[in-house]
Write a new protein. Structure first.
Length: 347
């Protein structure tokens, strides 16, 4: 059985490419505009967009989908979810929003992980969600959905013990100055995925935990840019890195390097997007509100009702005027008609 021990990160000779990515992430984080004067509205618009995209794409990775016309309403709470997929989406929305609001007071332990899982599954009708009671496997599939492989996971009878050992190993080195958090987090997430502790939702839980841990280590870019979208856009690379790192895991002879390299690459792209979008919006000559900025960067159709729910501080008249002006300027176009009207960026 795998032994959980992250002390090797203190001594291992790390791949120069990984060290370079860490250096670039720290540099990008340090140069981020953040919430400086004049950037609040940009940050608000980016936060709204990232929430929508993270919920949509984290579920899409697992084949859980709904239409673009409904996703914004479900995320904002203005549209009631219908059907199993939308109920799953609503659960991810709730758990992610909880992390955004409460990460500073949350402690990574068994109780927190089970609490987040309860939120994730709360709308699905599953009673007493918790660790798996039967053994499960990981099924790998190609781009066309064809099964390409099956991987074993930790048996159900050993799941709780493995989770406890993994958490203890994490906390043993978490505050060690010789272990960089950007090396530790991917190792923890990879081990979580190999344990596969839940009967369903393990992939989505791994992304929720990634967001929580990055927040707690001071990397809050996931509030403004969706890492889930980065992963979904190239998920073949994600699964390839994960599979390469997990070879020999049960024998204690795995190599975390491919997965670390992959996660750091996605995080670096998020910081570059943050700086690019903020710089672009702040560089506009005329002042623009958060609603307009959201519409310019969102990228998916959205209804006026959804916008009124997402921006409750604005009157319906203000929302209507902004939509009409942006349509007149050619920034947006109407999709559909009557009550089903949506507004989408003109392509």
């Amino acid at each position: 059985m795998h032994t959980f021990d992250y002390r090797f990160l203190k001594e291992v000779a790390m791949d120069p490419a990984i060290l370079n990515r860490i250096s670039n992430i720290e540099r990008a984080r340090g140069s981020s505009p953040g919430m400086s004067k004049g950037s609040e509205e940009v940050a608000s618009a980016m936060e709204s967009r990232a929430m929508v995209m993270s919920v949509m794409d984290s579920n899409a990775i697992e084949g859980i989908r709904t239409s673009e016309e409904r996703i914004v309403g479900i995320v904002s709470g203005g549209t009631a979810p219908m059907g199993h997929d939308e109920l799953e989406i609503a659960g991810y929305r709730d758990a992610l929003r909880f992390i955004h609001r409460n990460h500073g007071s949350m402690v990574l332990d068994m109780g927190t992980i089970l609490e987040l899982y309860g939120m994730l599954m709360a709308h699905t009708g599953i009673e007493d969600p918790g660790f798996k009671r039967r053994d499960n496997i990981i099924v790998s599939r190609g781009p066309d959905g064809t099964m390409t492989g099956v991987s074993r996971t930790v048996p159900a009878s050993e799941t709780e013990e493995s989770m406890a050992s993994m958490l203890a190993a994490y906390w043993e080195v978490r505050d060690d100055p010789d272990v960089h958090s950007l090396l530790l987090i991917p190792c923890f997430i990879m081990d979580f995925l190999r344990i596969h502790p839940f009967p369903d939702g393990n992939g989505r839980m791994s992304r929720l935990l990634s967001t929580l841990l990055l927040y707690q280590e001071g990397y809050d870019v996931c509030r403004y840019v969706s890492m889930e979208s980065k992963i979904n856009a190239g998920k073949a690379d994600y699964y390839r890195a994960l599979e390469e790192s997990q070879v020999g895991w049960f024998e204690g002879d795995c190599d975390y390097t491919p997965f670390i390299r992959y996660i750091l690459g996605q995080l670096l792209m998020c910081y570059r997007d943050l700086n690019r979008i903020m710089g672009m919006e702040l560089g506009r000559r005329r002042k623009s509100g958060s609603l307009e900025m959201f519409l310019r960067i969102c990228g998916i159709p959205v209804s006026k009702r959804d916008l009124c729910t997402m921006f409750p501080e604005l009157s319906e008249v203000t929302v209507s005027r902004t939509l009409a002006r942006l349509c007149g300027e050619g920034v947006l176009e109407k999709v559909g008609g009557s009550r089903s009207t949506r507004y989408a960026p003109r392509r």
